[in-house]
Design a protein around this ligand. Structure first.
Ligand code: DX5
Ligand code: ZN
Length: 214
């Protein structure tokens, strides 16, 4: 299992220190939760945060865009140094075109589903994506409880991927800790985002635990 630490739970006044800690500990990538105060009831980072972090780490930067009308942000995040841009299915009426635009900016494209959004809403776009992110909490805040019903959704997506001969990565986000990682791993997730668990203790120790190294 690859782990993507979410800086949403890092010290916002000292992001570089949090990033250095998870990079030294062997994180696979950095997960940056962008919230616009409309799509979700919280405000966080923008493209300039990505631009500032870019020279401070060699980890891939994965932006989870929780914003309405994602098209207006694609160029800005691409230009700032984003490696993987994840947009919500629920945030755009033109998902196919949005994913094409991300790819045209030479950024890996991913799509995110809220807990209540069915998998079949992605039927037509699965061949376009590098990654699918299944939310395992309602987006907006760190530190929430994992929704156990999402395990079956991950398993169903893994089955679809095999049946259709596709190779996008499957990621989960929300409530991931040492108690919940086993189920999503068994269900077929490749990458797990973790915020409050990683930054709520010793990041190196907790990362090792999630990766199954400790
Ligand atoms: C929620 C964010 C998550 C969040 C996960 O909207 O997408 O990435 O940071 O936090 P934890 O790991 O604390 O549930
Ligand atoms: Zn996220």
């Amino acid at each position: 299992m690859k782990i993507a630490p979410s800086i949403l739970s890092a010290d916002f006044a000292d992001l570089a220190t949090g990033v250095a800690a998870v990079e030294a500990a062997g994180a696979d990538r950095l997960h940056i939760d962008v919230m616009d105060g409309h799509f979700v009831p919280n405000l966080t980072f923008g493209p300039d945060t990505v631009r500032a972090l870019r020279p401070r780490t060699s980890l891939p930067l994965e932006v989870h865009l929780m914003a309405d009308d994602p098209d207006r942000w694609i160029a800005g995040f691409a230009d700032a140094g984003t490696d993987i841009l994840l947009v919500h299915q629920e945030a755009t009426a033109h998902l196919y075109g949005t994913l094409q635009t991300i790819a045209a900016h030479h950024v890996q494209a991913g799509v995110v589903l809220n807990p209540g959004t069915p998998l079949n809403t992605l039927d037509e776009v699965l061949p376009l994506v590098d990654q699918v992110l299944i939310m395992t909490v309602n987006p907006g805040f760190g530190g929430q409880h994992f929704l156990p019903a999402m395990t079956a959704k991950v398993a169903a997506l893994a089955k679809t991927r095999t049946a259709r001969g596709l190779n996008f990565a499957i990621e989960v986000d929300g409530g991931i800790n040492d108690q919940t990682i086993g189920d999503v791993t068994a269900a077929g997730a490749d990458i797990a985002v973790a915020g409050s668990y990683i930054f709520g203790g010793d990041p190196a120790q907790r990362l090792a635990k999630l990766e199954g190294r400790a």
